[in-house]
Design a protein around this ligand. Structure first.
Ligand code: MLT
Length: 383
C-alpha cells in the first residue's frame, strides 16, 4: 500500500516515544517526561496578546505571502543584527518557515538529485537524514564522538564523497549532545564548503539557550559563509512557541530562492497572525530569554547533581536544554531508557534513536517543571 520511501523508515523517534509514554500513562504510571525538547513554560503573554490582536484583523485571514510578510522578515533580520551583528537583506536573504523542521525537511528537495550525497552528523536530529532520503539523496554519516567534542572530523570525509556532496547539515549548539562549536570550527566548515562546492545548512534553534555567560555564534558571522550557507532559526525554543510553527531561514539569497521554489509548490506560508506575534517576539522585550536561562540553569544543576550521585558522569551543557548522559555499565541506550520508564516512570530519549553513534547515551530534556525534575532525580536514586 505504501511507497518504498516510507516502508523502509523506522517510526519517527518522538512519535514512538509518545506511544510508549501513552501506554505507561494508560497503565496508571505517573510519567515524568524528559523526552522531547518541548518547553513546558508558556509563551510570554505579550506574544499571545499580539496573536489575539492580529487574529481579529480580517486582512490576516487570507493566504500569506510565500516568502513571509516583509515586516516579519525585517524583524528576523533586525534580530540577527542585534543578536549576532550579522546584516541581512530582509527582501532576499530571509525566508519565513512553518517551523525550522519544515525548512530542514524541504531543503534536500531543492539541491539533491537522486544519488547526490548530503553530509549528515550522527547522532543528530532525525530530519536531516530522512529529508535527504525523501529527496532520493544518499546520507553520508559524519560520526560525532566525545573525543572530538561532538564535532565532525571534516578531514575524515573521503575526497570522492566530498566531491559528490551537495549539502552538509550542522547544528550547534547541538541536539542531542549539547556540544557547542566555536567560530574556528565554522571557519573550517566554510573553507571546506568553498573547496568542495557544498551548501552548508546550519540548524541553529538553540542559540539563545546558553549558560554561564557563554554566547553561541552564528555560522553567518564567519567570513565567506554568506556565499555558501544558510542558517535556520526557530521561535520554538527561544520564546516557548513550539506549537505555533514559526521559524525562518537566512543567508545566501540563491540558496533561499531554491528552498522557496519548493515551498511555493508545497505550502502556502505561515498564518499571518502568527507571523505578527513572531514580530512581537523578535522585537519586543527580551527579558523572557534571561528568565528562561535562569530556570534551565537551576534545572541543570538539579539534574546533574542527581546523575552524578548515581555515578553517571554527564557533563554540564554550556547550551541547549539537554543533558547527554552516558548509560551505566551493562545497559544499552534502549535498555536504560526502558528501565527508566518501566521502573521509574521517567521518559528519556535513547541515544541510538538519534543514530548509531548515539549508542551508549540517553538524552534528558529539562523541559518538565523544576519540581518534576527534582522528583525524577529522587526516583532515579531508587533504581
Ligand atoms: C527534540 O526533542 O529533539 C526536538 O524538540 C524535536 C524538535 O525540535 O522537533
Amino acid at each position: 500500500m505504501y511507497a518504498d520511501r516510507i516502508t523502509s523508515l523506522p517510526p519517527y523517534l518522538f512519535a514512538a516515544i509518545d506511544r510508549a509514554k501513552e501506554n505507561a500513562i494508560k497503565n496508571g504510571v505517573d510519567v515524568i517526561d524528559l523526552g522531547v525538547g518541548d518547553p513546558d513554560m508558556p509563551t510570554p503573554p505579550h506574544i499571545i496578546d499580539a496573536l489575539h490582536r492580529s487574529a481579529q484583523n480580517p486582512e490576516r485571514h487570507r493566504y500569506p505571502s510565500y516568502t513571509g510578510m516583509l515586516s516579519f522578515r525585517e524583524a528576523a533580520s533586525g534580530w540577527y543584527k542585534k543578536t549576532f551583528n550579522v546584516s541581512l537583506d530582509p527582501a532576499s536573504e530571509v525566508l519565513a518557515l512553518i517551523g525550522s523542521k519544515e525548512g530542514l525537511a524541504h531543503i534536500p528537495l531543492a539541491f539533491l538529485n537522486p544519488g547526490d550525497i548530503a553530509l549528515v552528523p550522527d547522532p543528530a536530529y532525525p530530519v536531516y537524514k530522512i529529508g535527504t532520503i525523501f529527496a532520493g539523496g544518499v546520507p553520508h554519516i559524519m560520526p560525532l564522538s566525545a573525543e572530538n567534542g561532538f564535532l565532525p572530523d571534516l578531514d575524515a570525509i573521503p575526497d570522492d564523497v566530498a566531491g559528490r556532496a551537495r549539502l552538509i547539515f550542522l547544528n550547534y549548539p547541538n541536539n542531542p549532545t549539547a556540544a557547542v562549536a566555536d567560530p574556528s570550527f565554522f571557519r573550517e566548515v566554510v573553507d571546506f564548503a568553498h573547496e568542495h562546492d557544498i551548501i552548508v545548512v546550519h540548524d541553529n534553534p538553540y542559540s539563545e539557550m546558553t549558560f554561564d555567560g557563554y554566547r553561541a555564534p552564528s555560522l553567518l558571522s564567519t567570513p565567506g559563509a554568506m556565499e555558501v550557507g544558510i542558517e535556520m532559526h526557530s521561535l520554538s525554543k527561544t520564546y516557548n512557541m513550539t506549537g505555533w510553527r514559526i521559524g525562518f531561514a537566512l543567508g545566501n539569497a540563491e540558496i533561499l530562492s531554491g528552498l522557496g521554489k519548493i515551498k511555493t509548490n508545497i505550502d502556502s506560508g505561515a498564518f499571518e497572525a502568527v507571523q505578527e506575534a513572531g514580530i512581537t517576539a523578535l522585537t519586543g522585550p527580551q527579558d523572557c530569554i534571561a528568565d528562561m536561562r535562569r530556570v534551565y540553569t537551576k534545572r541543570r544543576a538539579l539534574l546533574l547533581r542527581g546523575l552524578h550521585a548515581l555515578g553517571i558522569d554527564a557533563a554540564a551543557p554550556k547550551a541547549t536544554f539537554y543533558v547527554w548522559a552516558p548509560v551505566p555499565d551493562g545497559y544499552t541506550s534502549i535498555s536504560f531508557a526502558d528501565e527508566l520508564l518501566d521502573k521509574r516512570g521517567i521518559v528519556a530519549t535513547p541515544g541510538v534513536g538519534f543514530g548509531e553513534y548515539g549508542e551508549g547515551y540517553v538524552r534528558f530534556s529539562m523541559t518538565s517543571s523544576t519540581d518534576r525534575i527534582q522528583e525524577a532525580v529522587e526516583r532515579m536514586h531508587e533504581l
